[in-house]
Design a protein around this ligand. Structure first.
Ligand code: ZN
Ligand code: ZN
Length: 386
């Protein structure tokens, strides 16, 4: 059955509007329909139909009282006749009385004082807002900042992975007061102005818009005797050491995120992250192409011509042999399987580029031999072949 609807007093499409919330606190829709709070959907629908027939404007022409009653019935059924809205309504009613209510988020820069722990968050979720009373002001926990640093790594260490320590000078939890901001031996006390909530209500009739507490700046506590090291901030800029595990195969420019190792949070908020950018120093023999290692090996002209088995260095400092076919070209690439960089998931190859070396000095015997070779290679028969 299509139920009759009146124009709604609040905007549709942006969740439950402020007006609707206010109505929910003020009006007992169950009483309007004459049913109990734990009435079944069927009972509610039945009660609504009966009353709607009774007070329908068509049945009561010119009777404004009946018309208003009909509007109330429809508004009540609009909420408690809808499973989702009914549970939201029940939740809102269950949590009252409230010291204030939030409107749709975004437009105004104020926070909402819900007058109880977590209530703001519950309402925030319910009405699709984020943040609740913590959203727009400086009150409540704040996440610490992310910080970035670089770490210079040896090529071999980067390939194999290493546990090392980073030294950086950055904001950290104050070492004198362990971040409380209070002089050692004393402790912060609950703010007398806001009672520890970090915000104070500014009553404006029906609504109380909360503002960050001026006395404690939103922290919820005040410090009588500030720590002399951090002047009460709980945060101190100092050199510190951070242990970091660099996974095998990390490459130049790669960033590693160390969760929670950035600037400490405020008012109990989580710490930021530390981002470590790896700077890998070049290796005299090897370069990288992903997990593949690249190297170059020189061979003589005769080795290239006749073919040879050559020794190739590995990153581990050992050698592997590589067989070159007769007629190997200078600049050609040869793959030695699985001798590249090994990570937990994959292993790369060693890619060898062969350079044919040309001697710069020759003994007289060598010169004679090369000249003889030249004679043969320049013979008319050879030329005819090519
Ligand atoms: Zn305060
Ligand atoms: Zn301190």
């Amino acid at each position: 059955m299509e139920r009759p609807r009146l124009a709604r007093s609040h905007g549709e499409g942006e969740g439950v509007g402020l007006a609707a919330q206010r109505e929910w606190f003020e009006k007992d829709y169950y009483a309007v329909l004459g049913v109990s709070k734990d009435a079944t959907d069927k009972e509610i629908t039945k009660a609504y139909r009966r009353l709607a027939r009774q007070y329908h404007p068509d049945a009561n022409p010119g009777d404004t009282a009946a018309e208003n009653k009909f509007k109330d019935i429809s508004a009540a059924y609009d909420v408690v006749g809808d499973e989702t809205k009914r549970s939201e309504y029940d939740e809102v009613r269950r949590m009252g009385p409230m010291s204030g209510m939030g409107g749709p988020g975004g437009a105004q820069n104020f926070s909402f004082d819900m007058g109880g722990d977590g209530l703001g968050d519950i309402l925030g979720q319910m009405f699709g807002r984020s943040g609740g009373r913590r959203g727009a002001s400086s009150a409540g926990p704040q996440r610490g900042k992310d910080i970035a640093t670089t770490l210079t790594l040896d090529f071999v260490d980067a390939a194999h992975g290493i546990t090392t320590s980073l030294h950086l000078t950055a904001d950290a939890q104050c070492s004198s007061c362990s971040g409380s901001g209070a002089r050692p031996g004393t402790s912060p006390k609950t703010c007398s102005s806001c009672g520890g909530r970090g915000s104070v209500a500014d009553n404006q009739g029906m609504f109380s818009f909360s503002q960050p507490c001026r006395l404690c700046g939103g922290a919820g506590s005040t410090i009588e005797f500030p720590c002399s090291t951090c002047r009460g901030s709980g945060i101190e800029r100092r050199p510190r050491e951070v242990n970091v595990r660099i996974p095998a195969g990390v490459d130049n420019g790669q960033k590693i995120r160390l969760k929670g190792r950035g600037t400490p949070g405020r008012n109990g908020g989580p710490a930021g992250d530390l981002f470590v950018e790896c700077v890998v120093t070049p290796h005299p023999l090897f370069a990288r192409e992903g997990l593949n290692l690249l190297t170059r090996v020189a061979v003589s002209f005769t080795e290239a011509v006749l073919g040879a088995t050559i020794s190739v260095p590995t990153l581990e400092g050992t050698e592997v042999s590589l067989k070159l076919k007769p007629g190997t070209q200078s600049g050609s690439r040869h793959r030695v399987k699985s001798k590249g960089i090994e990570t937990a998931k994959n292993t790369g190859d060693l890619i060898v580029t062969v350079d044919v070396a040309v001697p710069t000095t020759l003994s007289s015997d060598e010169r004679t031999a090369v000249e003889a070779l030249h004679e043969v290679l320049s013979s008319p028969r050879r030329k005819a072949q090519s």
